[in-house]
Design a protein around this ligand. Sequence first.
Ligand code: AMP
Ligand code: MG
Length: 419
Amino acid sequence: MAEFIPQPSCADTQEDNNLSVSEATLRISRLISPVTAWEKLALRDALGRVLHQDIISPINVPPHHNSAMDGYAIHSSDINGKSFTLKQVGTAFAGQPFAGVINAGECIRIMTGAMMPSDCDTVVMQEHVETDNNTIIVHGIHEAGQHVRLAGEDLKIADAVLAEGHKISAADLGLIASLGIGEVTVKRKLRVAFFSTGDELRSIGETLEAGQIFDSNRYTLYGMLKRLDVDILDMGVIPDQKQALRDAFQLAAEQADVVITSGGVSVGDADYVKDILAELGQVDFWKIAMKPGRPLAFGIVNNTLFFGLPGNPVSVMVTFYQFARPALQQLAGETDQIRQLMQVPCISNIRKRPGRFEFQRGILFENEQGQLQVKTTGEQGSGILRSMSIANCFILLNEACDGIAPGNTVTVQPFSGII
Ligand code: AMP
Ligand code: MG
């Protein structure tokens, strides 16, 4: 409730010393060196992986001039007024070129994708043609060169097609295949270990005693990591005990490029993650001027990147999305990732005071006029995981924002493909 007190409080002064979201992002990014190891894969297996090589076209695509239509290949010099007659001397199919000579006044029947005969430079669509045995009568207005796809129109020999650092999409698989390239080198996969911390946590299948809850963070983390195509090492639930945490961190750091944990980074009496990490490596503990997800630990333990996310289920998702995900992409060598943001009118009244960056859960929808709008999911408590489940975007309210009135435009970050 304190969130909505309009007057500045001492908490505000404290918040001035917190790290901003953008400063935290920058500090994380400065510490990351992308992986250098790579492997060669059959093209299909490279889907979702990051290119280690530039893809340079070894051929022209298409390799030859070809017809863009089913129709007739003609000499443009034969185009004559609104209708003219030509003699058909053969046919070209896709994959079966016409080998003969086509003189002035002659044409061939040609199918879409068939190689253009070198004698002809123009295609007329069959819809504009009347046929009479071996002669055709062409009607309508035609231009020299029409309906011909030129060799190299898509890609020319030696064109740079895709750059190192690009993540391979379904379209890219087709593009690379169109060049006749069957194997590509990609950066090695990242290995990410994660575990939940907390004495109160039980795994599915166990019985809940008084004060206990089911561990949900490992499931959301699993889901979000799966989306990133990394190798996953799920280390389960670790109790709030120093030795157990120490062992878990050491084991995780030995085996993974990145260790992600949830819980125990706050200021509670059982928040030992801090002490253990201070012992094991260079880790910073930040209070970030954001909501939800204020405490965040980040650093390096034996060459392994470490993210200590807060325990609250929504905070885990927000901090993973905002900090861990871009860091993993950077570490994986992905250079062309962009934050997809949209400006959309908001129909909700959102109360906020300046100071922290808020990531409210929102629902993007189309109104009756087909216009895209956003509303909040309502209650925004950081323990309410349902708000993430029914949301399809974050509504980003920056530090300076002092509330949103219905109709105001807000910045929205859609979840699609990410959460
Ligand atoms: P902590 O950051 O450890 O103080 O935890 C903050 C809140 O998140 C507490 O209410 C915890 O019970 C809850 N929490 C921590 N870890 C998990 C988890 N893995 N699954 C669900 N809730 C959790
Ligand atoms: Mg805890």
